[in-house]
Design a binder for this molecule. Structure first.
Ligand code: FEO
Length: 134
């Protein structure tokens, strides 16, 4: 397995933690498909799934931030948009044979997400009233 969830990654909001775990599951699936040299079409489908679920997660997180007036909402949303744009760019380039699928690509996706959860998402964890946000 490429990546394993740890409780230390928790942002103390169960629904968000579940979404983060699902994102890492999809990146693990992508990595496994790369390493076992699965068909390009299947790998592109997994990236499309990652893109779709990432957008769903980011939207849910942004709604939460808006609801509670999180002060760093705008800069956080910009980071989300950059990641989604990267995923979509890779998906399109792989589909069009413009880049080679590599281990580095999976590493980028994993490292960006892990860094984001640990350094950016965790900032709102202490902001939210944990008795209200479930
Ligand atoms: Fe959980 Fe800001 O992404």
């Amino acid at each position: 397995m490429f990546f394993k969830w740890s409780d230390s990654y928790s942002v103390k909001i169960l629904s968000v933690d579940r979404e983060h775990q699902k994102l890492f599951d999809i990146i693990n699936e992508f990595y496994d498909q790369l390493m076992t040299k699965q068909a390009k079409q299947l790998i592109v489908e997994t990236l499309a799934n990652l893109s779709m679920y990432t957008k769903t997660h980011f939207r849910n997180e942004e709604l939460l931030m808006q609801k509670y007036g999180y002060p760093k909402y705008a800069e956080h949303k910009t980071l989300h948009e950059q990641y989604v744009a990267k995923i979509d760019e890779y998906k399109e380039k792989i589909a069009a044979n413009k880049i080679v699928m590599t281990h580095e690509l999976a590493t980028f996706l994993k490292d960006w997400l892990l860094n984001h959860v640990l350094k950016i998402d965790k900032q709102y964890s202490s902001f939210f009233d944990l008795n209200i946000v479930k």
